[in-house]
Design a protein around this ligand. Sequence first.
Ligand code: NAD
Length: 342
Amino acid sequence: MFDHPSFDAHEGVHVFFDEATGLRCIIAIHSTHLGPSAGGCRMWNYETGAQMLTDALRLSQGMSYKNAMAGLELGGGKAVIWGNSHTDKTPDLFRAFGRAVESLQGKYYTAEDVGIDVADIQIAGEETRYAAGREDASGDPSPVTALGVFHGLKAAAARAFGSDDLTDRKVAVQGVGSVGGHLCTHLAQAGAKLIICDVDREALTEVAKTTGAVIVQPDEIYEQDVDIFSPNALGAVINETTLDQLKAKVIAGGANNQLIIPEMGELLRRKGILYAPDYVINGGGIINVASEIRGDYSRDWVDGKLDALIATLEQVMDTALSEDVPTNIIADRIARARIGRG
Ligand code: NAD
């Protein structure tokens, strides 16, 4: 563990196994410098346990940075459950997960992420006080994530094109699930021309019907002749192969861990592509969850924090452009300083 490339001084890495329900779960706590750790739970059918561990470590470090950049009094943590979210979910599995979260006595708050919906969190919440994003409180965070991504995308467009007007701007959206779907609605309302892809035909058809988007195959999305590329599916989509294919001038999307390695930020900068760092632009969901964790959900508080988040994103992009440094490096610098690891 201590030699793992993604270890980065995690405060705790907790492994849970429950024979009765088949729960296999890792809860990684990267930092509690700013407060109790918080981050969603991901359910994914990993090929190996090693892949699962790497995902947990990278995602929880990302939550430390994200919560810091969103100005929240929360540290970074993440839970991953090994399994197929379409076939392996049972109420007992989520009760076992809830007990695992509860055993950490408030050092980690869970919520929704890929593969986990509000109903799952509601069940886990029968066993723990430390589950947020419940049906009867802040609910699904993805509409707020999408709203933050939409405003962040406009802020990036303003810097790349001299205007944040999206009328007739071509945007390629990868993944039209919870975040990508809501984002497409905002973009279409703002007059953008959408090109979308997903591996889920049903979601694609629905979004294309309501937004007039053109559908392409998943492997064709990078090479589209568009102004903006918006990744809203999974991580590591900006890599050596896709970099050569990209024609967009802006990358702004909700997916976590978009760069396969941090050095991709410099390669994007050299190619003249403005990258809105993922953990800054996608902080809206955790802001929504944080309002519930504070004990008294308030949409006004959430909107105020969202405005501050976009101002932080603008600061990151302006500093990066004036210093000729990649945006992800500037964001990391600010985030690490805020969590006392500068
Ligand atoms: P989701 O599961 O609802 O949507 C993801 C979509 O991506 C699905 O429709 C899926 O079919 C599609 N997809 C999977 N593989 C694909 C591929 N190869 N090509 C194209 N599409 C593919 O998840 P979500 O909640 O919308 O989250 C999307 C991303 O945003 C994730 O990286 C997540 O970690 C991140 N994120 C989500 C939130 C939130 O509030 N939900 C907050 C911050 C970050």
